[in-house]
Design a protein around this ligand. Structure first.
Ligand code: PLP
Length: 356
């Protein structure tokens, strides 16, 4: 089955090989602490972090979002939830679970959040402990400029939690040029390792906010303070999934040794959008499309489930449909990470052409 979904993505053979090697006891072997730290250092370098520490957590991408909200939110905290998509709005649930008061800033779901609209909103009300935002909101494929949006929040003294799970390593992101306090990523999107790991970048200011809480963090597994000093203490709060991390390291090395990775994502995304329109199909968004995924309206009188099933059964290609309010309305082709090759996209589009 050729995976052409916006995560999980195809995994290169050297990543699969790394995951099958024999391994050590990650709690007890000092060499593993060095290996883990080196991998985190590379994650920092990959996104040009200047003031962040990166960590790898054993748990799917969602764990990072929850850990950020669990670690920062205290009962009664007002949190600005920037929403132009399903993941954007979804942050409100995590804020509520940990006793915070989410305040939605909802904008047109068919385009990126406009920085000037965020600024006008904050000029009226900026009493927020932190704001949440999403880089690529995968169900619609809208890509927000989180470097600019986070800097605007920073001007108002508001910390920022950003979900770049389905954008990072495919869309350019320079942490040194942003004002993001906690950045969340996942192993199975553009980094192209199998699902299972969260990568998270935490600023000095975010750790200070966690330490200065009046109430304890109401979680163990999602408590970022628990892992903060793993290297100094040579202790992890839970046993690290060592094989997953060995695979992730090779996937990261693959990314770092590919100097044209961002250009390729841009080129393949542009070509995909163009080809989709030439086939007579309509893109879901008006503008602000991510270079990691293309979201297409289901043609009238066609069933999304039918198209997806036939692509799988007849052509051995897996694409994704929609969920939540987009269920049955869209088809999604993920062209991120290892999926981001023109041959694979062309094969997918040729097959799709026969089904519409
Ligand atoms: C994939 C994804 C996540 C993580 O979701 P999982 O269900 O754990 O894969 C979070 N945010 C966005 C925007 C995503 O695309």
């Amino acid at each position: 089955m050729k995976l052409m979904t916006p995560g999980p993505t195809q995994v290169r053979a050297n990543v699969l090989e790394a995951r099958s090697r024999s391994f050590c006891n990650p709690d007890l072997d000092p060499a593993f602490y060095d290996f883990y730290k080196e991998t985190c250092d590379l994650l920092e370098k990959a996104l040009r972090a200047t003031d962040h520490k990166a960590f790898i957590l054993g748990g799917e991408g969602i764990l990072g979002l929850e850990a950020a909200c669990a670690s920062l939110t205290e009962p009664g905290d007002r949190v600005l939830v920037i929403d132009n998509g399903i993941f954007g709005k979804g942050f409100a649930d995590f804020v509520e679970i940990y006793g915070g008061e989410p305040v939605l800033f909802s904008t047109d779901p068919l385009q990126a959040v406009k920085p000037e609209e965020l600024r006008s909103f904050l000029e009226k009300d900026a009493d927020f402990k932190y704001a949440t935002m999403v880089h690529c909101d995968t169900p619609s494929g809208v890509c927000n400029d989180i470097e600019t949006l986070s800097r605007i929040c920073g001007e108002f003294g508001i910390m920022v939690v950003a979900d770049s799970v389905s954008a990072m390593f495919g869309e350019r992101l320079d942490l040194g040029n942003a004002d993001i306090d906690i950045l969340c990523g996942g192993s199975q999107k553009a980094l192209s390792a199998p699902p299972g790991l969260t990568m998270i970048w935490v600023s000095t200011r975010a750790f200070a906010a966690m330490k200065n809480r009046k109430t304890p963090i109401r979680s163990f597994y999602a408590n970022l303070l628990a892992i903060k000093d793993y290297y100094k203490n040579q202790w992890f709060p839970y046993t690290m999934p060592v094989s997953d991390i060995m695979g992730l390291r090779v996937a990261l090395d693959n990314f770092l040794s590919d100097p044209e990775v961002y250009d390729r994502h841009e080129r393949v995304a542009n070509a995909t959008r163009k080809a989709v329109k030439e086939m007579g199909l309509e893109l879901y968004l008006n503008s602000g499309m991510s270079n990691t995924v293309t979201v297409i309206k289901v043609p009238e009188n066609k069933s999304a489930d039918d198209i997806i099933r036939k692509l799988r059964q007849k052509y051995g290609i897996q694409i994704a449909g929609g969920f939540d309010y987009l269920k049955g309305k869209v088809l999604r082709i993920g062209h991120m990470g290892e999926n981001c090759r023109m041959e694979d996209v062309n094969e997918t589009l040729e097959a799709l052409k026969n089904l519409i």
